[in-house]
Design a protein around this ligand. Structure first.
Ligand SMILES: CC(C)(COP(=O)(O)OP(=O)(O)OC[C@H]1O[C@@H](n2cnc3c(N)ncnc32)[C@H](O)[C@@H]1OP(=O)(O)O)[C@@H](O)C(=O)NCCC(=O)NCCS
Length: 190
């Protein structure tokens, strides 16, 4: 079984581990090898630990937890395999809500978990009063097609400077946010 729930303080290390594993996989070839090799679970666990405790600006983190037959051997009691974070948009001129992160372990991709995490974030953002939502994705990241598949409309392009590189990124938006809720509705889960 894979369930989605709000993150707890005790999830911080597992979320940090998913972050590091997903970045090393998704950004191989996009970010410098030495940057990816230097990512630290401990450092990211600390960042996410603060994020879990931060409920300002509608901020929330949701985790996907695999248990039983869906968990790796020895982890049947439950293991965090993905997460998403977001809150009120950092640039309110673009949308009211923002999905800031969405990452899964490779073995748990293509099973509807990404859609379910997006659903949880969209429902949360709507519940805290956001009538629209957006996110940024690196232009070279094939995940952009996932967001387009969920009805995201191209909103903006820009270049950010990160890890010593100039990286084009693209914003996708859902306005009204109900369009994201509809695209991630449970009836569509396989
Ligand atoms: C992006 C990600 C979260 C998607 O989650 P997922 O669980 O693999 O996707 P789902 O199984 O929920 O897919 C939902 C739908 O989107 C489609 N889809 C998934 N990934 C896609 C892609 N890269 N391009 C186009 N469609 C995609 C699926 O085919 C499915 O379609 P359906 O309507 O026929 O059911 C996951 O692949 C991931 O963690 N990627 C690496 C990390 C990353 O780049 N994160 C984004 C940072 S901005």
């Amino acid at each position: 079984m894979i369930s989605i729930r709000r993150a707890r303080p005790s999830d911080a290390t597992a979320i940090g581990a998913v972050h590091v594993a997903a970045w090393r996989s998704a950004y191989a070839g996009l970010l410098p090898d030495e940057y990816l090799a230097g990512l630290s679970v401990v450092r990211h666990a600390s960042v996410y630990g603060r994020g879990i405790a931060d409920r300002s600006e509608g901020h929330a983190i949701f985790v996907a937890v695999a248990s039983g037959a869906d968990a790796p051997p020895g982890r049947e009691a439950g293991m965090v395999v993905g997460f998403s974070s977001g809150g009120r948009a950092r640039r309110p001129s673009m949308a009211e809500g923002e999905v800031e992160t969405l990452y899964l372990l490779d073995d748990y991709r293509d099973r509807g978990v990404g859609r379910r995490l997006m659903r949880a974030m969209a429902a949360h953002l709507a519940a805290v009063g956001c009538r629209s939502a957006m996110l940024w994705v690196l232009a070279a990241n094939p995940t952009r097609w996932f967001y387009q598949h969920l009805g995201g409309r191209l909103m903006a392009h820009e270049v950010i400077h990160f890890a010593g590189m100039a990286l084009p990124q693209t914003a996708f938006g859902w306005d009204p946010i109900d369009s994201l809720l509809a695209a991630t509705a449970p009836a569509r889960e396989g």
